[in-house]
Each structure stands twice: as C-alpha cells, then as structure tokens.
Design a protein around this ligand. Structure first.
Ligand code: SF4
Length: 296
C-alpha cells in the first residue's frame, strides 16, 4: 500500500532517529503529560471482562479515570488511535499525540455532565483531553464560557489551564474510531467505564447533556446499567429533547434531566443546524434545572 505523510498507514522513515521515533509513539502513562493521572503501575484492561472488573473495582474516581486512560480492550480502536498518533496529520506533524483513551474530565462533583460519542482522531486523540484541540471543541467551549461553565472560551491543549465549572465531560466510547464510527461491540465493551463514572458522580449530577443522536442512543443502556429508572420507551432525540429520570432506588442521587443537543460538528455549525444561541440555550436550561445561578 502506498501512503503519504500525514495519512494513517504511512510508514516511519527507516532513517528516523530513536528520539523522533519515540515521540511518535502514544504517550506512556506517568511521563508528565498534563492531566495524566495514570502510572506505569495502573492496571490495563485487555478485554470486555477486564473493563467491567477494573471499572467496578476502582477505589476512587481518580483511579477510575487512570484505568480508563490505559485501556486496550478493543483491538481495532487501539490499532487506529496509535497509528494516527504515530503518523499524525501534516498540520500537527511536530506535535506528540496522546494516542490513548480519553478519560472523563472536569468537576469531580458536577451538576452538569456532557456526553459525546467518541473523541476525534486529531482532537482528543492528539491532546489527551475530550473536545480539546478541534473545531467542535472551539464551538463548545466558547458557549460553555459564555454560560459560566468554563474558565476560558478556548480549549487547545491539556496544559492550557482550562477548567470546567460545575461540569464534567465524557465520551461513550473513549478511543477515536475510524470514520468516527465505533462498532456496536466496541460501544458495549466501553460502556462500563461510563456507567461507573456516572455512578460515582450520581450524588451531585442533575443534568446529562447528550451531544448528538448517537450519544443519546449510547447513553440509554449505560443509564440502565447505572441504575436509573428509565421510561419504557426511549424518547426520540432532538435539540432540546428532555426526559426526567428517577435515580437508582436506594441511592442518595436525585432525579436527573436528560437533555438532547445537536452535536457541534463542523457539518452542523457550518449549515446553521446548530448556532451559538442554540447551544447557549441548552447550557442555560441545564443551569436552571440544576439550580445554578442563571445570571452567569
Ligand atoms: S473504546 Fe473503551 S473499551 Fe475500547 S479500548 Fe478504548 S477505552 Fe477501552
């Protein structure tokens, strides 16, 4: 197969120095990448059973996040994320890519949780932080800032000082998939990471915002696994679609509002399917339901 530089599948140069070759590899855990909470000793899941066991057995939310970030349970996605990290896009040719799963990020006791489907190959897979370093993130963070849910209107790198307020972000599938399409099997394998994360933050969570119809669909079985009491039929996805879910019986969690939002993809923002005002309206609705000050 012939390949061009910047295209997944392009081979490294045989003359490439060792240091440059190492920089092309995914970031080893515990080597100083901003926000990397894993270490060389963090246990690694290699299949769906190990994902379930390691997610359920994580003693803290921080350890859960660390375990998410080193997972290798989906061979196709591991190959893809690491190949993209080695080959890189031409415009990011001098950067090291993260090349690992993108863990949950933000407030540890959030009122608002934003769920996307999967990270972008040259966005989160490059920067190591969800929705950071791509055009969707530019649109999203500008709105979060306007609505008082982020410290900065931009989110460029994992070490840029950005901080979410009252808010946490996660992806239903943690690894960048080819063509942005995980398989149903990959989605199901990854689901325990999100279910366990939601379980840990359930005491504070009041609103779950789904970015896009695929995230809306993927979240439903995760919520069931987490213990939320769901209506018998999943409501259709739409921008502003709402469903109030009762908390797991016997838990100290409160009801949560499931809120649909069009994905801020370039396709949607360029065509006006979603506008800044529409996104702001979602976050202001979330603030209001969560009982946060709506004058922000
Ligand atoms: S998609 Fe999820 S389960 Fe699959 S390798 Fe990535 S983190 Fe692990």
């Amino acid at each position: 197969m012939t390949s061009t530089p910047g295209t997944p599948g392009a081979p490294s140069s045989p003359e490439e120095p060792d240091a440059a070759a190492a920089a092309r590899a995914p970031v080893p855990p515990g080597t100083g990448w901003p926000g990397d909470v894993a270490t060389a000793a963090t246990p690694v899941a290699h299949n769906a059973t190990e994902v379930r066991e390691l997610a359920a057995g994580a003693p803290t939310l921080l350890e859960l996040v660390a375990r998410q970030s080193v997972c290798r349970a989906c061979p196709r996605l591991v190959d893809w994320r690491e190949e993209v990290a080695r080959v890189r896009r031409r415009s990011f040719a001098t950067e090291q890519y993260w090349g690992r799963p993108i863990p949950g990020w933000g407030d540890d006791e959030p009122e608002i949780v934003i769920v996307g489907l999967a990270p972008a190959a040259h966005g989160g897979n490059r920067t190591g932080r969800v929705f950071t370093g791509d055009r969707s993130g530019d649109f999203l963070f500008a709105s979060l800032y306007r609505c008082g849910l982020a410290d900065s209107p931009v989110s460029v790198t994992a070490g840029d000082g950005q901080r979410l307020r009252h808010t946490r972000m996660a992806a239903a599938v943690r690894c960048a998939p080819p063509a942005n399409k995980p398989t149903p099997g990959e989605r199901d394998t990854c689901a325990p990471w999100l279910a366990e994360e939601l379980r840990r933050i359930a005491p504070s969570a009041r609103v779950l915002i789904c970015l896009g119809g695929f995230a809306w669909q993927a979240l439903w079985p995760v919520l069931r696994a987490t213990g939320y009491v769901l209506p018998s039929r999943r409501p259709p996805f739409g921008h502003g679609a709402e469903a109030e879910l009762l908390p797991p019986p016997g838990s100290d969690a409160r009801p949560v509002l499931l809120l649909g939002c069009y994905h801020p993809s370039q396709q949607n923002t360029f065509t006006g399917r979603i506008t800044p005002d529409m996104l702001d309206a979602i976050f202001r609705r979330a603030r209001a339901y969560a009982g946060l000050d709506t004058t922000a």
